[in-house]
Ligand binder design. Structure first.
Ligand code: AKG
Length: 270
C-alpha cells in the first residue's frame, strides 16, 4: 500500500476538496471545513474525553506534554473508536494531503482544553524552524468540540505567514503579543480547521467560565518521526479494529506492533 492507495480506500478523490478550497488553503495557510462532526458525534467524543480524564486524572496527556492552564490529552488513538474519525475523514485527509503533497502520516492525536482564564500561547509554527514557501513538512487540524468565539480562546492565525520564510520568534519581539494581521478562528462546534503548521498560530486567552475544548490531529511527512510513535504505543485492541488504510495513516501497517502493555500505553478500557 502507498499513501495514494490508503487515501483512496478512505474515500479521498481529486475533487474531495474544491479548487477554491485548495486555493484558499494555499494562500491563507488555513481552511475551515464546516459540519465535519454531527452534534451526536461531538457529544460522544466529549463524553469519552470526560471518561478518559476521570480515569487518567493528573496523568492525562503525560504520554506527550502537559501545559499549565490547560488539560492536554495525548494519544487519543488508543483511547477509543470515537477518535477514529480524526484520522480517517476524507475531507480532512484531502486537505492535509494537499499541503504535504500526498506524503503524510499521523504525527499525533491530542486534545487541548483551555481552562477559564488561561490558554494564551505565543504565536508559533509547529516545526523546528522556518521553511521556504511550499516546502511544508507538517500540517495540523483542529477539531472544535465547542463553538470557538471571540471570548473563549479561539485559535489565532496569521494568514499567509506560512509563505514568509520566517517563524514568529524570528520576526516578532514578543510572539505572545497580538499580531496586526492575526485573525481568530471563530466557528461552530463540529467544524474542523485545517492549518498548515508553518502558518503562525496559537491559543488565545479563554475569558469565559467554561473550558474551550478541541482535538489536534497533526500530520507529518512520512520520513519524519511521529510526535507519538505509534509503533511503540499502539494497543492490540486499537490495531484489531482498524482497516489497512487507517493503519497506513498511523504507520503501523507492517507489524507486528501493539506489544506495549496497556498500562503503559494508556488503556482504552478505563
Ligand atoms: O488549541 C489551540 O488553540 C492551539 C494549540 C496550539 O497551537 C498548540 O498547542 O501548539
Amino acid at each position: 500500500m502507498n499513501v495514494q492507495e490508503a487515501l483512496y480506500a478512505l474515500g479521498v478523490r481529486d475533487d474531495t476538496l474544491s479548487a477554491n478550497e485548495k486555493q484558499f488553503l494555499d494562500e491563507n495557510g488555513y481552511l475551515p471545513l464546516p459540519n465535519i462532526l454531527s452534534a451526536a458525534q461531538i457529544q460522544t467524543i466529549r463524553a469519552r474525553m470526560e471518561q478518559v480524564l476521570a480515569g487518567e486524572k493528573d496523568k492525562t496527556g503525560s504520554e506527550f506534554h502537559q501545559e499549565p492552564g490547560t488539560i492536554r490529552f495525548a494519544n487519543l488513538v488508543n483511547k477509543g473508536p470515537q477518535f477514529e474519525i480524526c484520522y480517517t475523514h476524507p475531507r480532512v485527509l484531502a486537505a492535509i494531503a494537499h499541503v504535504l503533497d500526498n506524503d503524510m502520516k499521523l504525527s499525533s492525536l491530542n486534545g487541548r482544553f483551555a481552562e477559564p482564564g488561561h490558554g494564551l500561547q505565543a504565536l508559533h509554527a509547529d516545526w523546528r524552524g522556518a521553511v521556504a514557501a511550499g516546502d511544508y513538512q507538517v500540517c495540523n487540524s483542529i477539531w472544535l468540540l465547542d463553538d470557538f468565539t471571540t471570548e473563549n480562546g479561539a485559535t489565532r492565525v496569521v494568514p499567509g505567514s506560512q509563505r514568509s520564510g520566517q517563524t514568529p520568534a524570528d520576526a516578532m519581539s514578543d510572539p505572545r503579543a497580538p499580531h496586526p494581521d492575526e485573525i481568530l478562528l471563530t466557528a461552530p462546534a463540529g467544524t474542523v480547521v485545517i492549518f498548515n503548521s508553518h502558518t503562525w498560530h496559537g491559543g488565545t486567552l479563554n475569558r469565559t467560565n467554561d473550558y474551550r475544548r478541541a482535538i489536534h490531529s497533526y500530520y507529518c511527512r512520512r520520513q519524519h518521526p511521529q510526535q507519538t510513535d505509534q509503533r511503540h504505543w499502539v494497543l492490540p485492541e486499537t490495531l484489531a479494529r482498524l482497516n489497512d488504510a487507517a493503519k497506513y495513516i498511523l504507520d503501523v501497517h507492517t507489524g507486528p506492533y501493539g506489544q506495549v502493555k496497556a498500562a503503559e500505553a494508556g488503556s482504552a478500557v478505563l
